[in-house]
Design a protein around this ligand. Structure first.
Ligand code: F6P
Length: 537
């Protein structure tokens, strides 16, 4: 479908409507509709999604859904599920949703049913995980494996580390998990500090098996291992690989029997339910892992089938467009009120920003509107004592996603009530603020009144679930994945390539040999030359 977004009828109608509503306060919107809190909410799949604290009215919603209809989002979104090569710039299908499809499903890629392949790898992961967890898999010197070290970067790290932290409560505490991503030697050194190589298993996770950081860390791991266990044959018991590149795995010296494969139709940042999830499965066990896949699948089906107005990722995506393109908000904050989700914002950063940080449309034409927002966040309540000040009283508009759970996994005293009271209070304070009159009525000195005013009208969504567990984690991740996809469809950009990471990588490869010789460097611009020569001096 070819279109110029800003020339579509529905976009123009939204621009016009924006002028009418941009200064309307959430207080007014709530006064106009006494049931707004429940009217603007979706309660599905065990997720209570409250989007009433957004600067929208029924007209806004009508126009946003008109946009989705004019752009045929409902039918275009099905192209992903049917295996069309929607990642056009790389000529690939995009089928991370197939990774969580049940055995009974059938999904064809170039006439080949990929579901049996997916389940074969899952079963291989399950057998391996059982062996590690049951202490059947012994190291070269006969010791049990206690330390699992995942080496990977980007999607081959952020998913595993996020899921491990999120589901730590469900993990086998006799196992010690480490994640090495940075090419900074300190990352590796700290991860293996004090470890016995004979009790350690390295999972080298890399879709391509060519990534500089991962290959460097993998070689260092090999050397570290062999410095303790002085026998090349021992590698087979202590190194496994997760990759699409069998040849490179073999060349590295890992037995391909110990390789867990995946496919080019899984993007790195969408790969946590591919074999990249091996460390997660070892941590939480096969049953919990399959529950997590089940949660993903529930959200996939919801996204595929629910009408646009009741479709959680679609509504999220449209709200994101509203702020990004009309209010010109630059960022989107995500604040989980659940400490186990501490790496969730970092995980979302790659998913959202590597996907939708694009400047040209599918035809390669420069777009004339803003694409992906900057995602950021920290767990509540820590952020409240740090940067929330700016959201409440600064001059920037920052839409917020609050994520909370009714039950704590560690119910201690009143902690959970305090935590959730804070989450709810923040949404309320952001939306409704505190007027000059209210501040004055508290007897505040005149010269301080304006400092204590909260203008309010700051938008937020709240996602409220029962308890954090594998299934709910799966639902939450898939929810954001599909939100990103819908926004990409609306902007008509490709959310599934990442060409913007290439240039820096290529230049680094040129600079590496320049750092390693003794000659003065003069072939770059004057700033780059000076930095290189300073490093060498
Ligand atoms: O540099 C970006 C990137 O290609 C990400 O998209 C990917 O998740 C990461 O590098 C790691 O790639 P690989 O799994 O091939 O090592």
């Amino acid at each position: 479908m070819n279109y110029n977004l800003t020339n579509t009828q529905s976009w123009k109608a939204l621009e016009k409507h924006f002028e009418d509503i941009k200064n309307v306060h959430l207080k007014t919107l709530f006064n106009d509709d006494k049931e707004r809190g429940s009217n603007l909410s979706i309660n599905k799949l065990g997720i209570y999604f409250d989007y009433s604290k957004h600067r929208i009215n029924n007209k806004t919603l009508e126009l946003l859904f008109n946009l989705a209809e004019e752009l045929q989002i409902d039918s275009r979104k099905q192209d992903m599920f049917s295996g069309e090569k929607i990642n056009k710039t790389e000529g690939r299908a995009v089928l991370h949703t197939a990774l969580r499809a049940p055995k009974s499903a059938s999904i064809l890629v170039e006439g080949h049913d990929i579901v049996p392949d997916i389940h074969e790898v899952l079963n291989k992961m399950a057998i391996f995980s059982h062996k590690i967890r049951n202490k059947e898999w012994k190291g070269h010197t006969g010791k049990n494996i206690k330390n699992i070290i995942n080496i990977g970067i980007g999607g081959s790290d952020l998913g595993p580390v996020m899921a491990y932290e999120a589901l730590k409560h469900f993990s086998d505490r006799s196992l010690n998990f480490k994640f090495v991503s940075n090419v900074d030697g300190s990352d590796f050194a700290e991860a293996v500090e004090g470890l016995d190589a004979g009790e350690s298993l390295f999972i080298i996770s890399s879709k391509t098996f060519t990534t500089l950081e991962t290959m460097t860390n993998a070689k260092t791991a090999r050397n570290w291992f062999l410095s303790q266990i002085k026998d090349e044959k021992a590698i087979a018991k202590h190194f496994v690989a997760v990759s699409t590149n069998e040849k490179a795995v073999e060349e590295f010296g890992i037995d391909t029997q110990n390789m867990f494969g995946f496919w080019d139709w899984v993007g790195g940042r969408y790969s946590m339910t591919a074999a990249i999830g091996l460390s997660t499965m070892i941590a939480i066990g096969e049953n919990n892992y399959r529950k997590m896949l089940g949660g993903f699948h529930l959200m996939d089906e919801h996204f595929k089938t629910a009408p646009l107005q009741q479709n959680i990722p679609v509504v999220m995506a449209l709200l994101g467009i509203w702020y990004n393109n009309f209010f010109e908000a630059e960022t989107q904050a995500v604040f989980p009120y659940e400490n186990y989700l501490k790496r969730f914002p970092a995980y979302l950063q790659q998913m959202t920003m590597e996907s939708n940080g694009k400047q040209v449309n599918m035809n390669g034409d420069r777009i004339d509107f803003q694409s992906g927002a900057i995602y950021w966040g920290e767990p509540g309540t820590n952020g409240q004592h740090s940067f929330y000040q700016l959201i409440h009283q600064g001059t920037k508009l920052i839409p917020v996603d609050f994520i909370g759970f009714k039950k704590s996994l560690n119910p201690i005293g009143s902690h959970q009530d305090y935590l959730i009271a804070n989450m709810i209070a923040q949404g309320e304070a952001l939306a409704f603020g505190k007027t000059k009159e209210e501040v004055k009525a508290e007897g505040i000195a005149d010269d301080l009144v304006m400092h204590k005013v909260f203008e309010g009208n700051k938008p937020s969504s709240t996602f409220f679930l029962d308890e954090l567990g594998p299934e709910n984690l799966g639902k939450l991740v898939a929810m954001y994945e599909h939100c990103v996809y819908v926004q990409g469809l609306i902007w008509d950009i490709n959310p599934f390539d990442q060409m913007g990471v290439e240039l820096g990588k290529v230049l680094a490869m040129k600079i590496i040999p320049e750092l390693e010789n003794n000659e003065k460097v003069i072939n770059h611009d004057s700033s780059t030359n000076a930095l290189i020569n300073f490093y060498k001096s």
